[in-house]
Design a protein. Sequence first.
Length: 177
Amino acid sequence: MNFLAASVLTIFAFPCLAETLTEQFLRMDVNQDGFLSEKEFSDGMRATSESKESAGVSGQSVSDAEKQKIIDEAISQTKQNLPYKIDDSTVWTDVYAQNNEIHYTYKVEMDTSTLSPEQSAALKPVLEKQICATIMPSMCGVVKDIFLKKGIPLVTHYNDKSGNELASCRLTESDCP
């Protein structure tokens, strides 16, 4: 799975919370080749994070009404971009709010219908350990200031082709360095 692509789309999906998609892309595309390299993305996100911290955004306390507005706007903006193909085997299919959290749903081109219930149960913690450890560091850099520091956790759900949940990861500010 290309989690960098998911991270890029995550930040670009919320133009109401920052610059527009085009403005963000143009600012980060330093060599103006029409593509974001991993270095351009990382440098752009670091600069964005530093500018927000210097503007006093970090540690900001947000009311429940403000959280709900942020969640509603983020979901509304993101749904306009879905479904979104992350890589050859992963499609971002949905985003929704539940219990003051933002939930992302991905469909993975994996068929677990031939697995027994015991095999499926044994597979889930293995996949969660691998997937969560991979996505958390990249997602922290993207969403920490936008959501996590405001007390809005993110939950990602990875489902197989039939809709059976393969793994889920919950990300809060305490999960980020």
